[in-house]
Design a protein around this ligand. Structure first.
Ligand SMILES: *[C@@H]1O[C@H](CO)[C@@H](O)[C@H](O)[C@H]1NC(C)=O
Ligand SMILES: *[C@@H]1O[C@H](CO)[C@@H](O)[C@H](O)[C@H]1NC(C)=O
Ligand SMILES: *[C@@H]1O[C@H](CO)[C@@H](O)[C@H](O)[C@H]1NC(C)=O
Ligand SMILES: *[C@@H]1O[C@H](CO)[C@@H](O)[C@H](O)[C@H]1NC(C)=O
Ligand SMILES: *[C@@H]1O[C@H](CO)[C@@H](O)[C@H](O)[C@H]1NC(C)=O
Ligand SMILES: *[C@@H]1O[C@H](CO)[C@@H](O)[C@H](O)[C@H]1NC(C)=O
Ligand SMILES: CC(=O)N[C@H]1CO[C@H](CO)[C@@H](O)[C@@H]1O
Length: 586
């Protein structure tokens, strides 16, 4: 996530190629770096960028260059290879002696039963570095697998680990655990942390934040249009008329959630009979389309509050020649945004799940180039791929949100990372009073920790009771921002940070929404593991330290945020602007 893992590795490699603790002799001669195939080229470029062709050469295994050729090239110290190629050429590679093994995106090795793990594990190379940008999940087996990979045996055998660490720790987390069980669990967790702290180096975004330019993060609440409100109501009525109380018709619930999210994005996205549709969704979209025929061939921005805001923003940015990334979870929404860009003749790139990995780098490079006239980058939030670097843009819009805050966070980090030189503006768009706002609330509140409304084991299973669903579906369409109401904040909505409220409410809010009691344990890897992702995100009580703007919002504020023309469709803004010491300004 742009925390400088690659650069740190390059520094280590370079130093140990040149020197060592034993009489100054270099420690390393040959280094093997294994990465996902989409990042091989990235590594090669980074070596070039930091050390240059004349200092160090890299050998990239591809269709032409085979590991068997590398054997005869002692002057090239570094071999770069994808996981797939590594497995394919294992026999040749195991013939070569490497002094250091680096595994990028190392969470791939969390499962000891897969072949890649077994082969890498067998490799006769004692020095091992494993890099991962994914917080180590709260799965102690995975944790063990990663630790045992770099330091075999340090935590004992798998059985010993399970008996000594895993079982007591898990037992202590059960709601029914008594005091002794909790004590033992905590003791073992501390011991585990202590033991692994010798070889786990943890870096959080905070370190890098100091060196980045100003960041403006905003949650922008948008009006819903009359059409959106009517369809929304129809969808919920339909759900209720179908007997929401009558039992676990889970498929139908999910269908409603999806339909409501689509209505928020744009009414024209609700279409019956699409190949990827859930069974329950087809029902409801059929019902909606019957009653609200929306012309699909000409998408009207005025039919969706959020789309209208985006179009206003694009117009503004087009004038000032600033590039923007638009992120959505839905391919269909990206199609719609692409359609809008075409109508306005904005040049755009697009990267989604169907983009072949061979083309990704190319698209990204084309977009980032300083003088390229690609103005918009359409990005699927699901297109995965850590390391996607879109620092060519200074603005990013999260058009819709996920239940899981970590995914949103990853999308935001695309533009706010090392290499960014402009002030960054991040907009999270929410339709005021709608399910989108409720999703956001779940993200930032304690319940959001469990992350899932949808069962992770079974994507078509809902974890909410009917009462909770009802609340989720209730549309407060005339509210400017139910989140602000929920905070019970008495501010005037003019952007002054309401410190007094913080003191007044501080205690209660912290307890209610869970926040500060976690941060004191921040450095303790295991305790935090399960909350790690959420910890990075804003929490409910932190919103008190953001600026709050209610309508009428000053024109100067909106203009500064590029939302001058969107004023009519914005109901409320939360904003957190940081201006750090601008180390990047030389
Ligand atoms: C590891 O992978 C195997 C085979 O793909 C799978 O059956 C198993 O459930 C996985 N184990 C874990 C802990 O994910
Ligand atoms: C863990 O490391 C030990 C080395 O002491 C090895 O024997 C064992 O097979 C490893 N376990 C797994 C699951 O990789
Ligand atoms: C975008 O900017 C270009 C160049 O300044 C201009 O020619 C074009 O008309 C603008 N497009 C829109 C839709 O405003
Ligand atoms: C992202 O790309 C820019 C421009 O190519 C570069 O300067 C920067 O170092 C890159 N950042 C990361 C984290 O890779
Ligand atoms: C997931 O849940 C649905 C609804 O309860 C059920 O019909 C389906 O069989 C489940 N699928 C799996 C793989 O468990
Ligand atoms: C505001 O943003 C900065 C930078 O991301 C972050 O460090 C800080 O915690 C945020 N403040 C609040 C109150 O969320
Ligand atoms: C729902 C709503 O208020 N929509 C407004 C969005 O902004 C345009 C003008 O920019 C108005 O015409 C809409 O009424």
């Amino acid at each position: 996530m742009g925390l400088g893992k690659t650069l740190q590795c390059i520094a280590v490699v370079w130093m140990l190629l040149k020197q060592g603790p034993y009489g100054g002799q270099p420690v390393l001669h040959r280094i093997l770096i294994v990465t996902p195939s989409s990042l091989v080229e990235n590594w090669q470029n980074e070596f070039l960028r930091w050390l240059g062709q004349e200092r160090v050469q890299t050998f990239v295994v591809d269709q032409k260059n085979r590991p068997s050729d590398y054997k005869h090239l002692p002057q090239i110290p570094i071999m770069l290879i994808s996981y797939e190629m590594f497995v394919r050429y294992y026999d040749d590679i195991s013939q070569i002696h490497f002094d250091l093994l680096i595994c990028d995106e190392g969470h791939r090795l969390k499962n000891t039963t897969i072949r890649t793990y077994a082969l890498l594990y067998q490799l006769d190379c004692k020095r091992r570095i494993l890099l991962t940008g994914t917080p180590i999940q709260n799965d102690l087996q995975e944790f063990y697998a990663l630790v045992n990979f770099t330091n075999p045996g340090v935590l004992g055998s798998n059985t010993e680990f399970r008996k000594y660490f895993e079982e007591p720790i898990l037992a202590s987390r059960q709601p029914s655990a008594d005091k002794d069980v909790i004590n033992l669990g905590e003791q073992r967790a501390t011991e585990l942390n202590h033991c692994t702290s010798w070889f786990i180096l943890r870096r959080t975004q905070e370190i890098i934040d100091k060196y980045l330019p100003t960041r403006h993060e905003m949650v922008v609440f948008c009006h819903s249009t009359p059409l959106q409100q009517a369809m929304y109501k129809a969808a919920v009525d339909y759900w209720e008329s179908r007997g929401c109380e009558s039992g676990p018709e889970e498929v139908a619930h999910l269908g409603v959630i999806t339909a409501l999210k689509k209505i928020c994005n744009h009414p024209s996205l609700v279409k019956p009979r699409r190949s990827q549709q859930l069974p329950g969704e087809e029902d409801i979209s059929y019902h909606l389309v019957q009653n609200y025929p929306v012309q699909n061939d000409a998408i009207l921005p005025q039919q969706s509050g959020k789309l209208d805001v985006v179009m206003c923003l694009l117009q503004e940015l087009n004038h000032t020649k600033k590039k923007v990334v638009l992120v959505s979870y839905y391919t269909q929404t990206l199609d719609m945004l692409a359609n809008m860009c075409e109508q306005k003749q904005y040049k755009f790139c697009r990267l989604d799940g169907s983009t072949p990995s061979t083309q990704r780098m190319q698209i990204v490079r084309m977009f980032n180039r300083q003088h390229s006239d690609h103005f918009v980058f359409l990005l699927s939030a699901r297109a995965g791929g850590v390391g996607l670097n879109l620092t060519g843009a200074s603005h990013l819009v999260l058009y819709d949100s996920d239940w899981n805050p970590a995914t949103d966070l990853q999308a935001m980090s695309r533009i706010w990372r090392d290499g960014q030189i402009r002030s960054v503006y991040i907009y999270r768009l929410l339709t005021a009073g709608s399910i989108e706002e409720k999703i956001f609330q779940r993200q930032i509140s304690k319940t959001g920790l469990s992350g899932a409304v949808v069962d992770p084991q079974n994507q078509s299973k809902i974890r909410l009771s009917n009462e909770e669903l009802k609340d989720l579906f209730t549309f407060h369409h005339d509210s400017a921002c139910i989140t602000h109401e929920m905070l019970d904040c008495q501010c005037a909505g003019v952007g002054l940070i309401p410190h007094e409220n913080l003191q007044l409410k501080g205690k209660q809010t912290v307890n209610e929404y869970g926040g500060d009691e976690l941060s004191s344990q921040r450095d303790c890897q295991l305790q935090v593991a399960q909350q790690a992702a959420s910890n990075l995100c804003v929490r409910m009580n932190q919103l008190f330290r953001w600026q709050h703007y209610s309508q009428p919002i000053k024109a100067t504020v909106l203009q500064e945020l590029g939302l001058g023309a969107a004023s009519h469709n914005v109901t409320f803004i939360f904003r957190n602007s940081t201006s750090q010491s601008q180390a990047t300004q030389l």
